[in-house]
Ligand binder design. Structure first.
Ligand SMILES: [Fe+2]
Length: 211
């Protein structure tokens, strides 16, 4: 991940805000990236500015070590470092709508574990719909297998040792302008813009690191 240490900056996305239309609207993307993610970056830099030791840690190291930090720092680091990391995984996990199917080894593993792509989507959607309030649904890699899990708020699965393949942000700020209260429609639309090349790359690097 680029810009992985203090001071954090909001990297431009590899696509335009309107490239995910009609599934995710340009205004939502702009507000989400330029305002919400920027807010997490500003807050994280603000927290880290007085802690030179922590400035040397990567974004991932900050999150993975959150429970070892002084009590007063744990929640801010979890919220802000998590907010930056999770949003980056979400944004980089999307691309303009193309061929909306997994490929390569990832497709093989999804088929092996869930029967077929549609069954995987059904399970993933149910989990994402089930997030109470704000949070994320994730496909992660865990010791040789894929796993679907959810996290509340800005908690991140890397704190529990899981490696993300992709995530959907189900905070209302990610869909309310277009989809209103219909989170299910947003999840269906998000599946149209998943960057399956990136997902497969993430999966392949998980395999390489595991074996
Ligand atoms: Fe978000």
């Amino acid at each position: 991940m680029e810009n992985n240490q203090y001071p954090f900056v909001n990297l431009p996305l590899p696509y335009h805000y309107n490239d995910l239309e009609p599934y995710i609207d340009a205004k939502t993307m702009e507000v989400h990236h330029a305002k919400h993610l920027q807010g997490y970056i500003n807050n994280l830099n603000q927290v880290l500015k007085d802690y030179q030791g922590l400035q040397l840690l990567t974004l991932e190291q900050l999150i993975e070590n959150a429970d070892r930090l002084p009590k007063g720092l744990q929640a801010p680091i979890r919220n802000y470092a998590g907010g930056v990391y999770n949003h980056r995984v979400y944004f980089y996990g999307m691309d303009s709508p193309r061929d909306q199917k997994p490929r390569g080894k990832l497709m093989e593993m999804l088929n092996a574990q869930y029967g077929n792509f549609q069954s995987f989507k059904d399970v993933f959607k149910k989990e994402a719909l089930g997030v109470f309030g704000a949070g994320y649904a994730w496909l992660v890699y865990d010791k040789g297998k894929l796993k679907i899990l959810t996290t509340p708020n800005q908690n991140s699965p890397i704190e529990q040792g899981f490696s993300p393949i992709f995530t959907i942000d189900v905070w209302e700020h990610g869909y309310y302008l277009k989809h209103l209260n219909e989170r299910g429609n947003y999840i269906d639309d998000w599946f149209q813009v998943v960057n399956w090349d990136k997902a497969n790359q993430n999966y392949m690097s998980c395999i390489r690191n595991y074996y």
